[in-house]
Write a protein that binds this ligand. Structure first.
Ligand SMILES: [Zn+2]
Ligand SMILES: [Zn+2]
Length: 331
């Protein structure tokens, strides 16, 4: 499908600055008309040109290489592939370019042309598929803690070690634990681009995709669930460890965590991607399409690359979580 302007017939795109559909040709607002595909999927709805070169296995939205129209592939955003949620782009193309320039423009040893207008204008916004998992968990933890005391009396030095049984029972609910469902989009980049503010989620509407590229999920939510559980277990460990204080040493004996899946939402998250080719290597730069956070490896002399961006530990968002910490250590 494409979105066409009722006034001038141009291709209408979603404008992140205005937060609405806007015709770049006549400035018409909300003048869009949805034209669904009647031809084969690999043909442009607007000009009829073949689009095999830009429609890959998982592509759900792309740009016609002939006329530049943004085309959304009906069958890849509908039925089993219809997302429940979408975070519409809040950062416009120009803003994303400005952010890249202010982040990397002053770096030394970057190759000529790295951020030239001709090169950087090739940046494209992409909706990356995610599954958002809700889990209820209950954890049973057993460990041993020690407290060590030293003192001197007369000619003797004394050391007393006391041992404590530590027991924790914790029930915690995790909401919207994100797992990247795209093989193309490296998990490493996505982790660095997070966090997203989930309060910006909208119910999915096709119009938000007009003007951007997109992918449908590459793997099923069942296949990706272990990754969500891995993230949750890391968070549970951190919560339990934070609740155990005041010991000289702590040794874990066992930790049994049961996680039961409550809900899974298929969602699309916005990312700007700029690929710079230098000495037969692709350098990828990403801008979080909602927050403007910039992540990338700058090409520098001597093939040295610097991974930029802070590793965000807070992968797990605990929303409305109910945490009960029971059974304190025997003191
Ligand atoms: Zn128009
Ligand atoms: Zn076309």
């Amino acid at each position: 499908m494409i979105f066409k302007c009722k006034n001038c017939g141009g291709n209408i795109v979603y404008d992140p600055d205005k937060g609405t559909m806007c015709c770049p040709h006549c400035d018409g607002l909300d003048t869009e008309e949805k034209i669904v595909s009647t031809e084969a999927m690999h043909t442009c709805v607007s000009c009829g040109a073949p689009m095999e070169s830009v429609i890959l296995e998982h592509t759900s939205a792309t740009k016609c290489p002939n006329c530049g129209t943004y085309v959304i592939l009906d069958e890849r955003v509908q039925g089993a592939y219809e997302p429940a949620l979408i975070l519409p782009f809040r950062i416009s193309r120009n803003k994303a370019i400005d952010l890249l320039k202010s982040e990397f423009g002053k770096r030394v040893f970057t190759p000529t042309g790295f951020l030239s207008n001709a090169s950087v204008s090739k940046i494209e916004g992409t909706y990356v598929p995610f599954f958002m998992y809700d889990y209820d968990t209950s954890t049973d933890y057993h460990g041993t803690g020690t407290k060590v005391r030293h003192w001197t009396s007369g000619d003797y030095e004394y050391t007393e070690t006391s041992y404590f049984d530590i027991h924790r029972e914790m029930d915690a609910s995790f909401d919207r634990v994100p797992v990247d469902a795209s093989d193309y989009m490296d998990d490493q980049y996505m982790d660095l681009l997070e966090p997203y503010a989930y309060e910006g989620f909208e119910s999915f509407q096709e119009k938000y995709m007009s003007g951007f590229l997109g992918e449908k999920y590459n793997r099923s939510e069942e296949e990706l669930a272990p990754r969500a559980i891995e993230k949750i277990k890391t968070a549970i460990e951190a919560l339990i460890n934070a609740s155990i204080t005041g010991y000289t040493t702590v040794t874990r004996k066992s930790m049994d965590a049961n996680a039961s899946k409550q809900k899974v939402d298929y969602a699309l998250l916005p990312v700007w991607e700029y690929v710079f080719r230098y000495r037969n290597e692709n350098y990828k730069f990403h801008v979080n399409g909602q927050t403007g956070k910039v992540v990338g490896k700058t090409p520098v002399a001597k093939n040295k690359v610097v991974l930029y961006g802070a590793t965000v530990f807070g992968l797990i968002t605990l929303i409305g979580s109910m945490i009960r910490l029971l059974a304190a250590a025997i003191m």
